[in-house]
Design a protein around this ligand. Structure first.
Ligand SMILES: *Cc1c(COP(=O)(O)O)cnc(C)c1O
Length: 388
């Protein structure tokens, strides 16, 4: 069987497996000690005082919106170049979704355009309640700039950090919780570390953390300060409508073990990116990811940009040719505002966000994950150029 490549995949070691097996033999499969242990490890690694591990990244985004109290009249802005979940979480709260275009170099939110949008919405007597900023592909947004705008126009900041674990902004991997009010992570198998399904919310705000921990488990509390009265040690009250968004202990066993390997994963991903950067440098048709001098990329994705129209190449046929050579690439992303649901329900249309739409036409995510060896990379890079 020839090797098959996809744009991303997990890396599971024998010690990852044995930590899960140990948990399965223990007293706790869920609601046990490994959940707070994983949360503590995440908080230490990424510099957040409070962490809530949850069932997946989408649940984390939903809880973030609930904790910030989003409701019907609230306008929340995100980027069109993201997974649909970054925008869907706005709809879960019944709030109004809007988008702001990307910067054509970093592929993250363009802060000039975001400020234009803020001014426009203010001039209409309305207000933006929050911005969900995405560290696309593993390249951090301009977080200092975002914090400045958030303070100036008083809105809340969520960092959808699902792509960017281990990335650096201003020489720190602890940037996310420093600048954003809430940070959302995903541990889906294509992401930097995995728990199967899984996610987390990081914050330095104790009030938000308290709300999130309650809402992830049905809105139930046993905190004596929150109870109206007590009837005994079994007693609990439900004082908000929450969900079961809990993660299990055996998932956290995997998470703890994977987190211990993250530096190695990132080092490998950066090595692969460096190889691709150097290999494609002489091919004028191929634009490799740009990295701002304020950042260190963590390469969840390696997004190439190829002007298929200019070079008269059929993108879909190119994908088929690659697929026939066992290379399954992907496109990240179809701009969310062009999804039929968003067009129909909110009236978004083609040309609303031209930089995002142009990027979508040119983007192709090629394989990047820790287990790729030099010979794999040589094979992949050769096919990427020769089949173009
Ligand atoms: C993966 C991802 C999510 C959702 O995470 P799940 O764990 O799959 O629910 C949200 N936003 C972005 C940008 C992602 O890449």
């Amino acid at each position: 069987m020839p090797k098959k490549y996809s744009y991303g995949r997990q890396s599971i070691s024998e010690s990852d497996i044995s930590s899960v097996v140990d948990c399965l033999k223990s007293d706790w499969l869920t609601q046990g000690p490994l959940i707070p242990q994983f949360e503590k490890a995440l908080g230490e690694k990424f510099g957040a005082k409070y962490v809530s591990a949850v069932s997946n990244g989408t649940a984390a985004l939903h809880l973030a919106g609930l904790a910030l109290g989003w409701g019907r009249e609230d306008i929340i802005v995100t980027t069109p170049i993201t997974f649909v979940a970054s925008a869907n979480c706005i709809l879960y709260s019944g709030a109004i979704p809007d988008f702001s275009d990307i910067d054509p170099l970093s592929y993250t939110l363009d802060l000039n355009k975001l400020e234009e949008k803020l001014k426009l919405i203010y001039s209409q007597g309305k207000k933006i309640k929050a911005v969900v900023a995405v560290d696309f592909a593993g390249h951090p947004c301009d977080w200092q700039g975002l914090r400045f705008l958030a303070d100036k126009y008083s809105f809340k900041l969520i960092d959808d950090n699902c792509h960017a674990l281990g990335a650096e902004y201003k020489n720190s991997i602890k940037y996310a919780a420093k600048y954003a009010d809430l940070v959302v992570m995903s541990f889906h198998p294509v992401k930097h570390i995995t728990t199967g399904e899984g996610g987390a919310i990081l914050t330095n705000d104790p009030e938000l953390d308290k709300k999130i921990k309650k809402l992830r488990s049905h809105g139930i509390t046993k905190d004596p300060e929150e109870l109206t009265h007590t009837e005994g040690f079994w007693y609990y009250e439900m004082n908000e409508l929450g969900f079961n968004y809990r993660i299990t202990d055996f998932q956290c066993a995997l998470g703890i073990s994977q987190l211990g390997r993250i530096d190695e994963f990132i080092r490998k991903r950066r090595g692969i990116a460096e190889f691709y950067d150097e290999t494609f440098i002489d091919d004028k048709r191929i634009i490799t990811p740009n990295v701002s001098e304020k950042c260190k990329h963590s390469y969840h994705l390696y997004p190439l940009s190829i002007d298929f129209e200019k070079y008269n190449i059929d993108k879909s046929e190119y994908f088929t040719r690659l697929q026939k050579n066992n290379i399954n690439c992907q496109v990240h992303y179809i701009p969310v505002h062009l999804q039929p649901y968003y067009k129909k329900k909110f009236g978004f249309k083609i040309n609303d966000f031209p930089a995002a739409e142009k990027f979508y036409k040119s983007e192709i995510s090629i394989p990047i994950y820790p287990s790729l060896e030099k010979e794999d990379l040589i094979y992949i890079a050769d096919k990427i150029t020769s089949l173009l």
